[in-house]
Design a protein around this ligand. Structure first.
Ligand code: S3P
Length: 443
């Protein structure tokens, strides 16, 4: 196979964002709809599915385990559920590409199967921590291993009888919580999970949409194995993590006004709105409603002068994927923004504390990395060359910085934007960002 071609973004300085837009479907919800649809009884329809590389990796994995999944068009998917015990052995390792959510949730689901399986991914995913899932799954009697370094490949031997556990999560992670809930579906007795801080609750909400009863109490959740999932219809909202780039872009560019329609505003995901508002952003959420068990709204943003803040610790989990975008807002705000309690950013698709601070320095902004966060001194964004470290969210965040920049910004290695936001360049261009793609040659 030839090396994939690496794409650079070249972003012209200035401009403003205007218009009404729909964003691609929520990535977290799309993964879960496929997974629960696959092990439900009956036919599940997913509308507004995110056709990104990450969710397509999940889709391929289930096809490889015998699930018939048809795409009526890019966003409408039909999953013919095989029931909790209907998956079949894949013919080889399941390659989940860049997708941490696929691999960690599947580790839980596959621990309860009768067949063996192996999970692998791309260079970034092969470096990310997996012991957080293998350890508690072993406590549930799964036969699951990762490497000595705690990384992929994960190898699972099937045919084990799982039992429920009572487990306090040592890391704040929705992927870990969801992994254990999925294993809990296959376990004898009750699996109870206690979170140190609340993380996104899409798995819990979606299990309920599929008719599965859970017990929830503040930051604890229990699931009893042995039930059934009933197929349903899921309409996926726009992804607030994708919206974040446009929200920040509109905040920092004079004369902007945009409305992002039908975006997920689940309170475990919407801290980006609260953080930007406390920095002085002009954001309104209109027409709030519930769709397939998830809160949804239309987000209107107008430009405004932002000021730096100390980000409240309790908002960090609900904004964990949005810090690349938020730090671009901080770069063009008055004064300093301080982020603490976000060490998890070190183990995302890239080390985001390093990637954000290096990128900001490359465009003339004073930024300092700390073990669990960073400080950013707002100022005048210059032009420069930014390395995205193959991280989709770093690439899109720095593209938006162009709106407040004095000179051209070039962002290297943006191919992975396709993992979460296919069509980003076209949509950003349509909204008013002066962005074009350049082919930087083979990686
Ligand atoms: C996700 C959970 C978060 C988030 C990721 C998606 C999910 O990861 O960063 O993009 O869909 O459950 P962690 O669970 O590692 O915090």
């Amino acid at each position: 196979m030839s090396d994939p071609v690496s794409i650079n973004y070249i972003v012209a300085p200035g401009g403003a964002l205007k218009g009404r837009f729909r964003l691609p479907g929520d990535k977290s919800i799309s993964h879960r709809a496929l997974m629960l649809g696959a092990i439900a009884e009956g036919q599940t329809r997913i509308n507004g599915f995110l056709e990104g590389e990450d969710t397509l990796a999940t889709l391929s994995a289930f096809r490889a385990m015998g699930v018939e999944i048809t795409q009526r068009n890019q966003q409408d998917v039909v999953v013919n559920g095989v029931g909790l015990h209907g998956l079949t052995a894949p013919s080889g390792p399941l390659d989940l590409g860049n997708s941490g959510t696929s691999v960690r949730l599947l580790a839980g689901l596959l621990s309860g199967q009768s067949f063996n399986s192996e999970l692998i991914g791309d260079a970034s995913l092969m470096r990310r921590p997996m012991r957080r899932v293998t350890q508690p799954l072993q406590m549930m009697n799964a036969d699951i291993t990762c490497t000595q370094q705690g990384t992929l490949p994960i190898k699972i031997r099937g045919g084990r009888k799982l039992h429920g556990i009572d487990y306090a999560l040592p890391v704040v992670s929705a992927q870990l919580k969801s992994c254990l809930l999925l294993a809990g579906l296959y376990a004898e007795g009750k699996t109870c999970i206690h979170e140190p801080a609340q993380t996104r609750d899409h798995t819990e909400r979606m299990l309920e949409q599929f008719g599965y009863v859970l017990n929830k109490r503040s930051n604890s959740i229990c699931i009893t194995g042995g039930g059934k999932l009933r197929a349903t219809e899921i309409t996926v909202p726009g992804d607030i993590s994708s919206a974040a780039f446009f929200i920040v872009g509109a905040c920092i560019s004079e004369g902007s006004e945009i409305t992002l329609e039908q975006v997920g505003i689940n309170p475990t995901r919407d801290a980006v709105i609260h953080i930007l508002k406390s920095m002085g952003a002009d954001i309104m959420v209109n027409n709030p409603r519930i769709q397939s068990g998830e809160p949804v709204g239309d987000i209107r943003v107008r430009s405004s002068q932002l000021h730096g803040i100390e980000i409240p610790l309790d908002l960090v989990p609900a904004a964990i994927d949005e810090f690349p975008a938020i730090m671009i807002a901080a770069a063009s705000a008055k004064n300093r923004t301080v982020l603490k309690g976000a060490a998890e950013l070190r183990v995302k698709e890239s080390d985001r504390i390093m990637a954000i601070t290096e990128g900001l320095k490359a465009i003339g902004i004073n930024a300092k990395a700390h073990a669990d966060g960073m400080e950013v001194e707002g100022g005048r964004i210059r032009g420069g060359v930014v390395d995205s470290f193959n991280d989709h969210r770093i690439a899109m965040a720095f593209a938006m910085a162009g709106l407040a920049a004095k000179d051209l910004i070039t962002i290297k290695d943006c191919t992975n934007v396709n993992t979460s936001f296919p069509g980003f360049v076209d949509l950003a261009d349509q909204a008013g960002l002066g962005i074009r793609q350049g082919d930087a040659g083979a990686r």
